[in-house]
Design a binder for this molecule. Structure first.
Ligand SMILES: NC(=O)c1ccc[n+]([C@@H]2O[C@H](COP(=O)([O-])OP(=O)(O)OC[C@H]3O[C@@H](n4cnc5c(N)ncnc54)[C@H](O)[C@@H]3O)[C@@H](O)[C@H]2O)c1
Length: 334
């Protein structure tokens, strides 16, 4: 299959590129490198430094590489930033997806795999979260993705040859087994890399936001899915797509780990102390968020294999210790 991967220089997109080429697919990457790393894309994979807004150039790429399917990872991804700069998030994530979809329509590319998010659910009425749970995002980041889901539903009605799958990720963590690529965000907002940075002395301490939640150790519980398992689901979803499909799947392992459990596991994996302080709860942080991924498992035959949090943290630790300065590339301004 000929694929365009957007955001292929980012954390999850680069793992997709790696898995897709290992399966023999022909991949082309676009990324504006605002938060991605050129080094994360293998040199043999065609790379175009383009923004999603550059519809005309994207049309050129779709035609040149005879693209059949688009996997769309490119987005801004920080909840806090989205609250402060909502228009930027809607322009980048929602209008950016629109530009990409217009380019696809012009070129007759009808298969789309979309990185959606558990943030489209907002604060859930119940856990585990099913695809049928009410979607009520509570920040611009979640809404910017939710709007794209709505646009995709409309597109299938207008063009029955179009088919898409929206994958709602929970907390993605870990790194490729060979430790060659991994997570390198600036700033980093995710728990696992930040805990490991504290173990490495790259940050002073970890602040745990709230230890009075109604959970066994009082800290928040989240569902951590290994990045390679997440990408396996993309491949299965892509292969399952047919004309007129409008599919939605939760991607999580189906149970959660508390912040306290992540800290303890990281201490045992690294053999190091992780200085920790306890702070106030953050607004909009539910006590527990974890997925019911039964639909992905039964319909796609997806079976996450790295469900032991030790394994997830070990793989991340291998990456961070072999790349203490990440990819070492400077951020590219756009
Ligand atoms: N990491 C998670 O836990 C998580 C959870 C839920 C959903 N997601 C979604 O998965 C996707 C990938 O996330 P990630 O953690 O790899 O993020 P990331 O920041 O590492 O990767 C995103 C990539 O997209 C690129 N990009 C952003 N805007 C662009 C634009 N307008 N044009 C071209 N390139 C652009 C960035 O440079 C970056 O390389 C995102 O869509 C995110 O919303 C991630």
């Amino acid at each position: 299959m000929n694929l365009l991967v957007t955001g292929g220089a980012g954390y999850i997109g680069s793992h997709a590129v790696k898995q897709l080429i290992s399966l023999g697919h022909r991949v082309v990457v676009i990324d504006n490198l605002f938060r991605g790393h050129r080094e994360a894309v293998p040199s043999e994979v065609p790379f175009h430094q383009l923004d999603l807004a550059e519809t005309g150039e994207i049309i050129g790429v779709l035609k040149e590489y005879k693209v059949e399917t688009v996997m769309h990872f490119a987005a801004l991804t920080y909840v806090g930033e989205s609250v402060n700069k909502p228009l930027w998030y809607y322009r980048n994530n929602t209008a950016g997806a629109l530009s990409l979809l217009e380019a696809m329509e012009i070129c007759g590319v009808n298969r789309f795999v979309f990185s959606s998010t558990a943030a489209t659910y907002g604060e859930p009425d119940s856990v585990p979260i099913k695809e049928t749970n009410r979607q009520a995002p509570i920040n611009p980041y979640g809404r910017s993705k939710w709007f794209v889901e709505g646009i995709l539903k409309d597109l299938v009605i207008a063009n029955p040859k179009f088919g898409f799958v929206a994958l709602r990720y929970f907390n993605v963590a870990g790194a490729s087994a060979d430790g060659i690529i991994g997570e390198d965000h600036e700033p980093e907002t995710h728990l696992v890399p930040n805990v490991l940075y504290a173990a490495m002395g790259k940050r002073d301490k970890i602040t745990v936001f709230g230890n009075d939640y109604p959970t066994p150790d009082g800290t928040c519980i989240r569902d951590y899915v290994h990045v390679d398992d997440l990408i396996s689901a993309h491949v299965l979803a892509m292969n399952s797509l047919r004309d007129g499909d409008a599919k939605f799947y939760n991607l999580g392992i189906g149970h959660g780990y508390s912040v306290g459990e992540i800290l303890n596991t990281a201490k045992s994996v690294t053999g190091r102390d992780i200085p920790t302080e306890y702070g106030e709860r953050r607004a909009g942080d539910p006590a527990q968020l974890y997925a019911d991924s039964t639909v992905a498992q039964t319909e796609l035959g997806w079976k996450p294999v790295h469900t032991d949090v030790n394994e997830v943290i070990e793989s991340a630790w291998r990456w961070h210790t072999s790349h203490p300065n990440g990819y070492g590339s400077r951020r590219q301004d756009v």
